[in-house]
Design a protein around this ligand. Sequence first.
Ligand code: 1HE
Length: 277
Amino acid sequence: MEAILRLLVGTLLGFAMSSSELVTYEREGNIAIIGLNRADKRNALSDAVLTALGEAVIRAGDEADAGVIFGHGSHFSAGLDLRQLAERLRPDAPVVRKRKRYIWHTTFDLIARGTIPFVAALHGATIGGGLELAAAAHIRVADETTLFGLPEGQRGIFVGGGGSVRIQRIIGYSTMADLMLTGRMLTAEEAREVRLVQYVVDRGGALDKAKSLASQIARNTPQTNWQITNVLPRMNDLSHDDGLFMEYLNTAIVRPPETAERLREFLEKKTKSMGQA
Ligand code: 1HE
């Protein structure tokens, strides 16, 4: 009954909306809005949350042109579900005989190297795996309550959600080592200084700002957005020469008819030269 009501309200208001227990999914026009929905556990990331998140991200890639990821409740995410890990480490826990698909990497790669750009809207604790999730998004907006940390050292574990690659690329070894070795937390402003976030907004303002950025991003052609999210980061893995070659290949790819139309609009002065159309 609730699902039918939500669908009716969504249809009347012009957006699609559905929710699972652990992750919510809404669509506002061509923007998908995905919410971690385990506020009572500070949005700790269990395998079930990661599975639901991955499903929502795939759906967003099919239905939307840009996405936003945020956390319900008072924090973005407290990272790895420490209770689930503790249970797995009990001496009487079943022995894992066969390696499984590593859900942290597959889920976060769906975000980082999927079909659409994602903006992370952050507030409160953005810790450990929560920070690794935020780092998988392409742009990060933090409100002034956000605190960033990598307390793995204190918990006797190591980063496992792609942070050793993604976070280290963003903030560099020294800052990452400082966070991990000392347990130091960064404020939103400090995070901006180390380029971990691009926008700092007032308390409670991250989601609106992220939605507005996503709307702006969705006005680009899907092809350029895909190149920015999938080609550009891979350039980091290449030599100078191979990078330039890859860039050349990307200038030579067949462009959608929309590109010619956009160029004509600019030349005929139907669009502004920079920023928002
Ligand atoms: C949790 C988790 C969690 C909270 N796993 N259950 N992450 C951490 O080391 C961060 C651990 N959490 C915290 O430091 C604090 O919870 C917060 C600063 C985020 C929030 O504090 P607060 O006072 O608002 O909440 P709380 O009272 O500490 O927690 C509320 C409930 O959430 C409580 O459960 P309850 O059943 O007692 O009500 C907590 O147990 C639960 N909770 N955080 C499980 N993380 C792929 S490798 C990634 C490695 C990492 O992510 S390391 C970082 C782990």
